[in-house]
Design a protein around this ligand. Sequence first.
Ligand SMILES: [Zn+2]
Length: 133
Amino acid sequence: MDKVVKSDAEWRARLSPEEFRVLRQAGTERPYTGEYVGTTTEGVYTCRACGAELFRSEAKFDSHCGWPSFYEPSKSEAVILREDRSLGMDRVEVRCAACDSHLGHVFHGEGYATPTDDRYCVNSVSLRLEAAE
Ligand SMILES: [Zn+2]
């Protein structure tokens, strides 16, 4: 995979302030505000920062958590998982493997009726949906 490496100044020039805050500073959009929370359109979700494919609509499910949720990435190597102990919580952060941008967090074993019982809880602003033809 081709790694995408840019300076903060380059990312700021490419991204909106909200995209920069979430993708490059590990921010979180407010729940139920993202454009893809309820989206059921078929297609591929790519990284808003670098364009790498991250998730597919087939793995998106309605988790009622306020953010787009997927039970698995397109490919396991599309994302990087990192331990995140910020905010006094023990969570697993999900990043884009290509450009190291923050996507969201993954939670396991919550009891969702999905093939993996993983919930990749991803900010809409980290994604761009490329709808199928
Ligand atoms: Zn990326």
